[in-house]
Design a protein around this ligand. Structure first.
Ligand SMILES: NC(=O)c1ccc[n+]([C@@H]2O[C@H](COP(=O)([O-])OP(=O)(O)OC[C@H]3O[C@@H](n4cnc5c(N)ncnc54)[C@H](O)[C@@H]3O)[C@@H](O)[C@H]2O)c1
Length: 367
């Protein structure tokens, strides 16, 4: 295998789902910190937001194409024209509650879409020769939710058995298996990463942290599923973006890397931390209450709600030298500040189809 020096020079990356929360952070990081070129391929579902990429859309190293990853002829044409050296596959339906109400899109995009991409990548890679063939990488970005739920102790490691609970995590588990099979069967040089819960600027406000911030400053109740004692391991999105870029440069084909923030918190702790920050930073939006915590309301728990996720990120730390820069406290402070300062971004999102309604009780869309 060729050395690191080749991989730190300018490369052409095809990134799927680059208009989403994590993908846009990855693209901003790549364009700011490296000489790489990026082609962002995104269908622009409700979760894709071009305003998240406004500051880089005119960068000469950046291109965007609106396509569905399930559209194999279109994706094949893109590979032939752009000739990527690395594929970073982030496009997915990503919200657990939506997967409970309507699993069909999750099966389509996360499983069939990944299959399409693998087939196109395999054909394209098979036609490469020499250094180009040896250096090609297919990086699949996945979640720790594929491992299911932990008890009070223990951590997910790369060898943990798969045991997904929701249609979302089952679809991601299926796509992980396909990616590994394309490596073992066809030799496609794939790398997988499984990451814990991300948070940070530009996250669609159906996920816990932005939902709570926006509900609080608009005077709405702060819904906690059940007792709020579910534990998640939180990672600041820019730390995840750095980790993914380490992996495409120096990760070993066929390997999996777990990525996590060493920040285990119960959902109730997260919500109370946000309330504390808002008491300090946004007291002017507090109407008729003396502390934001007074808006907390416990609602019916999510069916199949996993009790605890926690990642052992030692492998990526030891082999690739990555570790998070943000603590939960510093990352959450930056996140709250961003939502307070970027009202336009989230108001445009809220003007669209999503209005903060409760999803995921299994009584919504028919699959
Ligand atoms: N958010 C997290 O906490 C987290 C944690 C671990 C792993 N992941 C994984 O990281 C990836 C990105 O997550 P995210 O939070 O940024 O998701 P997101 O929902 O914010 O963004 C997903 C993006 O994919 C695009 N997309 C969806 N279906 C598509 C299709 N058929 N074709 C092309 N584009 C399509 C959307 O338009 C959107 O831009 C996902 O694969 C997710 O499973 C997320």
């Amino acid at each position: 295998m060729l050395g690191i020096s080749y991989r730190v020079e300018s490369m052409k990356l095809l990134i799927t789902g680059g208009s989403g929360f994590i993908g846009s952070a990855v693209i901003r990081y790549l364009l700011a910190e490296t000489d790489h070129h990026v082609l962002n391929v995104d269908k622009l579902t409700y979760a894709g937001n071009q305003e998240s990429l406004e500051d880089i859309e005119k960068n000469p190293c950046y291109q965007f194409r609106q396509h569905d990853i399930c559209d194999q002829p279109a994706i094949r044409r893109l590979f032939a024209e752009y000739k990527p050296q690395v594929v970073m596959h982030l496009a997915a339906e990503s919200h657990v509650d939506r997967s409970i109400d309507g699993p069909s899109l999750f099966i389509q995009t996360n499983i069939m879409g990944t299959y399409n991409l693998l087939e196109v990548a395999r054909d394209y890679w098979s036609g490469l020769e020499g250094e180009a063939k040896e250096c090609f990488r297919f990086h699949h970005i996945s979640t720790d939710e594929v491992y299911g739920s932990l008890g009070d102790t223990g951590l997910f490691v790369e060898q943990s058995p798969y045991d997904p609970s929701s249609p979302y995590s089952a679809s991601k588990a299926a796509s992980d298996h396909l990616v590994r099979a394309w490596h073992r069967t066809y030799g496609l040089p794939v790398i997988l990463t499984n990451c814990s819960n991300n948070y940070g600027p530009r996250q669609f406000p159906e996920k816990l942290i932005p939902l709570i911030i926006l509900n609080a400053i608009t005077g709405n109740s702060l819904p906690i599923y059940g007792k709020g004692d579910q534990v998640r391991d939180w990672l600041y999105v820019e730390d995840h973006a750095r980790a993914l870029c380490r992996v495409i440069c120096d990760g070993t084909p066929g390997e999996t890397y777990n990525i996590g923030g060493h920040n285990e918190k119960t959902n109730l702790e997260v919500v109370k931390s946000i309330c504390g920050l808002l008491d300090e930073m946004a007291s002017e939006h507090r109407v008729g209450i003396s502390r934001y915590e007074e808006l907390i309301s416990h609602v019916t728990d999510r069916p199949g709600h996993d009790a605890r996720y926690a990642i052992d990120a030692e492998k990526i730390q030891v082999t690739l030298g990555w570790q998070p820069k943000e603590s939960f406290e510093s990352g959450l402070r930056k996140t709250v500040r961003w939502y307070l300062d970027n009202r336009n971004w989230w108001q445009h999102v809220q003007d669209g189809s999503y209005r903060g309604e409760r999803l995921g009780l299994g009584v919504g869309l028919v699959s």
